[in-house]
Design a binder for this molecule. Structure first.
Ligand code: AMP
Ligand code: GLY
Length: 412
């Protein structure tokens, strides 16, 4: 099987690595990719949001499947362009991807489907925003209605800061604060059937102790030793399947991964957000643990065959990833610095590239999140220790990483 992955981050590196390790896959292509992905896939230049360009690349390569990684091409309708040309594609239509692209649309679908989430108001004027903030009280949650790469959300106790963010956005969703640990659950969907991957936890804030600004994610681990029993089944029954059914009712069948970002509140799991794609960096740890070959699974989603797919198999043990971020990430990351220490030499650890490029045969930083250092082991503690040992072997001037990824989950 020949597979083309669209995107250039750590998530796409994880996808390409798993596909390269799948015996059913003869060729892995990635567009545009990065310096590390080049070791697992053949790279092609493309503008990921250009549906016509992606489609003509897929046809030229004669691939059996295209996997679209990031949200921007999905929202731009790249999956529609591929399917219209008869190319099997893992990823939702532009319409269905609005589940991520528009917070207001997502809320509307959840309300119609009876899916538990935070109560929310969509506001356009400052007066509406102020009234919504006062209706809920602190902590305030203010979300830009459009795509914002994980950075459009402000959670704060300061009313003036909340109102400033609301003023800076064209349309905002202001919602009730959900109290409880966060879980990312990925459901693979073929339009009718959904299968859950193993839950993971992400660390969204830039600094230790969940301090600092929101980021795309600074690290992740799986499995969650503390997760309540039956969590996955509960989320599938109360959240994922009703959401798929509602999208079907609206004539937008969901094909691809429906990412449920959940808060486990005292009243049970509630949706913080939906994403239309794999989480980054959670995918890096979840795919590490997935033993079932990836290509056939994603192809089954793309072709409506998930109900006939065998149950998923998982590796024992745990995986932890720590993001090495560029100086001044997330505000205005410094790029173009050389990275030393690759490959790392730690048993059970390896490095996926998130924002890297080749400059005269040297690997240099080219994005905010630069590397995802993955450690694996018999349990979260061992996986974590290996990930951090490997982080210690890498040098990137000015870089920073959190030192508390998976720390609480490692306690005996
Ligand atoms: P989002 O982009 O919607 O995932 O929001 C980014 C982060 O903001 C989430 O991972 C949460 O940590 C936080 N957040 C968003 N919405 C809420 C909420 N209603 N209650 C508490 N925290 C939230
Ligand atoms: N790690 C969070 C996200 O992918 O949105």
């Amino acid at each position: 099987m020949r597979v083309l992955v669209i995107g250039s981050g750590g998530r796409e590196h994880a996808l390409c690595r798993s596909l390269r390790l799948d015996p059913a896959v003869s060729e892995v292509h990635c567009a545009p990719g990065n310096a590390g992905i080049a070791e697992d896939a053949t790279l092609h230049p493309v503008v990921p949001t250009d549906g016509a360009a992606v489609t003509s690349l897929a046809l030229r390569l004669g691939v059996d499947l295209v996997v679209v990684g990031p949200e921007a091409p999905l929202v731009a309708g790249v999956a529609d362009a591929l399917r219209a040309a008869g190319v099997a594609c893992f990823g939702p239509s532009g319409q269905a991807a609005a589940i991520e692209g528009s917070k207001a649309f997502a809320k509307d679908v959840m309300t119609a489907a009876g899916v538990p989430t935070a109560r929310a108001y969509t506001c356009v004027t400052e007066e509406e925003a102020a009234a919504a903030l006062d209706a809920f009280g602190p902590p305030y949650v203010v979300k830009d209605d459009g795509l914002a790469a994980g950075k459009g959300v402000v959670v704060t106790d300061a009313r003036d800061e909340a109102l400033d963010h609301a003023r800076a956005c064209e349309r905002v969703v202001i919602e009730e604060y959900l109290d409880g640990p966060e879980v990312s659950l990925f459901a693979l969907c073929d339009g009718e059937t959904a299968v859950a991957l193993q839950p993971a936890q992400d660390f969204k804030r830039a600094y230790d102790g969940d301090k600092g600004p929101n980021t795309g994610g600074m690290g992740a681990y799986t499995p969650l030793p503390w997760a309540p029993e039956g969590l996955t089944e509960q989320v599938m029954a109360r959240i994922v399947r009703p959401t798929m059914a509602e999208l079907n009712r609206r004539g937008m069948p969901y094909v691809g991964v429906l990412y449920a970002g959940l808060a486990l509140t005292a009243d049970g799991p509630r949706v913080i957000e939906f994403n239309a794609r794999f989480g980054d960096p959670e995918t890096q740890v979840v795919l590490d643990r997935l033993e079932t070959p990836l290509a056939g699974l994603l192809l089954a989603c793309a072709t409506g065959g998930l109900a006939g797919h065998p149950p998923l198999r998982w590796r024992e043990g745990a995986a932890v990833t720590v993001v090495v971020a560029a100086e001044n990430y997330p505000a205005d990351p410094v790029k173009g610095d050389p990275i030393a220490g690759l490959p790392v030499e730690v048993e059970g650890a390896y490095v996926l590239h998130a924002g890297t490029a080749l400059d005269d045969n040297r690997v240099v930083s080219s994005g905010g999140r630069v590397l995802d250092v993955v450690g694996t082991g018999a349990d979260v503690a061992e996986a974590r220790a290996r990930a951090y040992e490997a982080v210690g072997q890498i040098t990137l001037r000015g870089s920073h990483h959190r030192t508390d990824i998976a720390l609480a989950a490692s306690a005996p």
